[in-house]
Design a binder for this molecule. Structure first.
Ligand code: NAP
Ligand code: MG
Length: 487
């Protein structure tokens, strides 16, 4: 699929209008599969632009809050329908902006549509409980109210689903929104905003502002009129946002990195495990927060599993995500690409042995892209940098263990706790994994990545601020509880 793309300039969306930044500056969004292609220009906004957006959201919040949940939900159904009409175009844009395959971005857009519909329905579900009072002549109940203005700060790796899984519940529970997408994927977010515009949301209810994270992201965290901040991204940035929000008493939610293990027990279905490790590690070029990055394998099956894994990995086709024959696209940006290559160097320095991959792929059409081969390290030990730190690329480390108990101990010996998988047919192993694994998402005989939108999502330890997103859990963050006593 190749179409000629005209390089367009995208504006901020504030108070129902598309407006340029007062800075008169733009930033480019590049295609990581071919960096000679500029996907679009986005506004390099300033604090003054942010103030306008927050003011618009603040002005809109009273009216929006006073609509019924069903009325707010009706708007989300409309956004879902617009997005359905534009699914191919928006998926293609996301592939151009951040490189993952069209099949993946289309699947992600379909998920965005399902999330919008789920939360549209949420507008009609219960928001409180009746609690028996000790006073028999009184009525006591809880109800929920919106936070007010919610700031949404999102990463580039799921440029469609993550903004939507934050904005849809924020809106349906009665908040107004200022979203600041990752600069890498700001064009895709602008297109999502167009869908909200077409659905006719009242002015100011949803606003998008693009620009540097250090100015606009930090500005949202510091802004006194932003009542809640929901962030997904790296640990360093998340921790700072949390501190800023805490300092001024705003509610915040952080979903951050992962270092997700897969344990392959001796009794595992190896075909299933090989397939799941490959999908978990290399789909999206390893750039999922739930991607598999450590594979902990029982001694008895280590050699056989390793051989099958390497064989299958060598079959992976790398290329432009818009090409149907591509299984794995490039890293999303130059920064990501360099980080991944430097982790590979570090892995070699610390004694890792390459089984496959380990290099940039730059043959033919790949010369202008940020391609890295799917990479597997053998001979890894728990203390190695590539076993401890999040790489966010197509790199896995294999570790050999003598028992499932040892595997669990290693699996838990990192700062993160997002998702974790075990492959086993033994009920004891299954039970000890469910009980002892320190992760917010526990997966048994399934890849480490993959979540369902109606279930709570989030991590333990340094992966999260211990809140949860999606499903009903979103209600906890996007509302405050009022306890009402009536006599
Ligand atoms: P990032 O660099 O932390 O950026 C995330 C967002 O924060 C972007 O919008 C970014 O804007 C903004 N930002 C950057 N610096 C900032 C600052 N000083 N103050 C406030 N905001 C700032 O993360 P990323 O590289 O986009 O995403 C990859 C990370 O996200 C990985 O660690 C991954 O594990 C994590 N992630 C976690 C989950 C989860 O649910 N747990 C899901 C997906 C991804 P700019 O783009 O303008 O810099
Ligand atoms: Mg890009």
């Amino acid at each position: 699929m190749t179409t000629t793309v005209q390089t367009q300039t995208y504006l901020n969306y504030i108070n129902g209008e598309w407006v340029a930044s007062v800075s008169n500056k733009v930033e480019k969004s590049l295609n990581p599969a071919d960096t000679t292609e500029i996907v679009g220009y986005v506004q390099k906004s300033t604090e003054a632009d942010l103030n306008r957006a927050v003011e618009a959201a603040k002005q809109a919040k009273e009216k929006w809050r006073k609509l019924s949940g069903a009325e707010r939900g009706e708007y989300l159904y409309k956004v879902a329908h617009v997005l359905e009409k534009r699914i191919d175009e928006i998926a293609e844009c996301a592939t151009r902006e951040m490189g993952k395959t069209f099949a993946e971005t289309k699947g992600e857009t379909a998920r965005g549509i399902a999330i919008l519909k789920y939360y549209a329905g949420e507008g009609m579900r219960k928001v409180g409980d009746v609690i028996p009072s000790t006073d028999s002549s009184a009525l006591m109940f809880t109800t929920r109210v919106p936070l007010g203005v919610v700031g949404v700060i999102t990463p580039w790796n799921f440029p469609i689903a993550i903004p939507i899984w934050k904005m849809a519940p924020a809106l349906v529970y009665g908040n107004t929104v200022v979203v600041k997408p990752a600069t890498e994927t700001a064009v895709t977010c602008a297109k999502i905003m167009e869908c909200f515009e077409e659905a006719g949301l009242p002015n100011g209810v949803i606003n998008m502002i693009t620009g540097p994270g250090s100015v606009i992201g930090q500005g949202i965290a510091d802004h006194e009129d932003v009542n809640g901040i929901t962030f997904t991204g790296s640990n360093g940035v998340g921790k700072r946002i949390g501190q800023s929000a805490l300092a001024r008493g705003a509610k915040y939610q952080l979903e951050m990195g992962g270092k997700n293990p897969v344990i392959v027990a001796a009794d595992a279905d190896l075909d299933l495990a090989v397939e799941a490790v490959i999908a978990g590690a290399f789909r999206s070029t390893g750039q999922k927060c739930t991607a598999t990055s450590r594979v902990i394998i029982l001694n008895e099956i280590y050699e056989e599993f390793k051989q099958r894994l390497v064989e299958k990995t060598k079959e992976i086709t790398i290329g432009n995500g818009l090409d149907n024959s591509t299984w794995m696209g490039p890293c999303a940006s130059e920064g990501q690409f360099k980080t991944v290559l430097s982790y590979i160097d570090k892995g070699l320095e610390e004694g890792g042995v390459l089984l496959t991959g380990g290099k940039r792929a730059a043959e033919g059409a790949q010369a202008n892209g940020y391609y890295v081969e799917p990479t597997i390290f053998d001979n890894c030990t728990p203390d190695m940098t590539i076993v401890q730190e999040e790489i966010f690329g197509p790199v896995i480390a294999l570790l050999r263990v003598a028992s499932v108990a040892e595997a669990l101990q290693i699996a838990n010996s990192v700062q993160y706790g997002l998702s974790a998988s075990i492959f086993t047919t033994n009920i004891q192993h299954f039970l000890s994994f469910v009980n002892d694994m320190e992760a917010g998402l526990i997966r048994v005989n399934a890849e480490s990545a993959g979540v369902e939108l109606q279930a709570p999502f989030g991590g333990m330890k340094n992966s999260s601020s211990h809140s949860r997103e999606q499903g009903e859990a979103a209600k906890e963050f996007f509302t405050s509880i009022k306890t009402v006593f009536v006599k």
